[in-house]
Write a protein that binds this ligand. Structure first.
Ligand code: PGA
Length: 271
């Protein structure tokens, strides 16, 4: 259904709760040095998702560079009595254009449910942020043959994030398929397993929204991505990018992941 060339590949580094603020500028400088030339030759996007406390510093280091900063979560409203939450309006103020929502660690460690994630998504989109919305099954579900059922029930959060289905808004969403059993375990989904779920997500969007929108929306894979497997995973026709945790903490490794991914995604490109 999809034409691969129309979707710009996107690679996101999820630092999780790692690194000191003072370590951020050197990372950005190194990553830019490694990717600089590719930017002028190819079309792709790179996001860095540091802890919220680091966003201002990372944003400042990124000034003038094509790399964008992403938050790892955001609140459900612009302002109010929400102790510990981070306003999407403040993220915008800090030049943060993206936010990751519904990450499996938010879902499983902090018990965030689809309804809460939907509220966060609505607030983020209303504020003009772009969102990476994560879905993924736990091992027990996969073993029980319930993967698609779980993914479908998580995707339904788009229904309750009022307005997220408007084509203009959906274009600002990236769906991340992150099988929970593959996150931080070293055990990635096989490229075929990833492709199967990515195609399922795209079909679901095609049915619920429109075939045009489904073709345009980027679906990225996350879960134990490394430089050794990024090429094979990105070779799948419905995989439009990668969300990388542990292996993104080293800019050299993250750059290698991006380059290997782009090599198979854009055959013949000067990488
Ligand atoms: P991982 O994490 O690459 O360390 O498996 C991915 C993620 O949690 O986004």
């Amino acid at each position: 259904m999809s034409s691969v060339v129309t979707r710009v590949p996107v690679f996101a580094a999820n630092w999780k709760m790692n690194k000191l603020v003072r370590e951020a500028p050197e990372y950005v400088e190194r990553l830019n040095a490694l990717l600089g030339e590719l930017y002028s030759a190819l079309s792709f996007e790179v996001l860095i998702a540091p802890p919220a406390t680091h966003i201002q510093s990372v944003s400042a280091s990124l000034q003038g560079l094509p790399i964008k900063v992403a938050a790892q979560n955001c609140g459900t409203a612009r302002a109010g009595a929400f102790t510990g939450e981070i306003s999407p309006a403040v993220l915008k103020e800090l030049a943060c254009q993206w936010v990751i929502l519904g990450h499996s660690e938010r879902r499983h460690i902090f018990n965030e449910e689809d309804s809460l994630i939907a509220s966060r998504l609505r607030a983020a989109l209303e504020e003009g942020l772009n969102a990476v919305v994560c879905v993924g099954e736990v091992l027990q579900d996969r073993k029980a043959g319930k993967t698609f059922k779980v993914i479908e029930s998580q995707l339904a959060l788009f229904n309750s994030a009022k307005g997220a289905f408007q084509p203009s808004l959906l274009r600002r969403v990236v769906v991340a398929y992150e099988p929970v059993w593959a996150i931080g375990t070293g055990e990635n989904a096989t490229p075929q397993e990833a492709q199967e779920v990515h195609a399922f997500i795209r079909n679901w969007l095609s049915e619920k929204v429109s075939p045009e929108e489904a073709t345009a929306v980027r679906v990225v894979y996350g879960g134990s991505v490394k430089a050794e497997n990024s090429g094979q995973i990105m070779a799948q026709k419905d995989v439009d990018g990668l969300l990388v945790g542990g292996a993104s903490l080293d800019p050299n490794t993250f750059a290698a992941i991006i380059k290997n991914g782009l090599k198979t995604r854009l055959p013949g490109a000067p990488i």
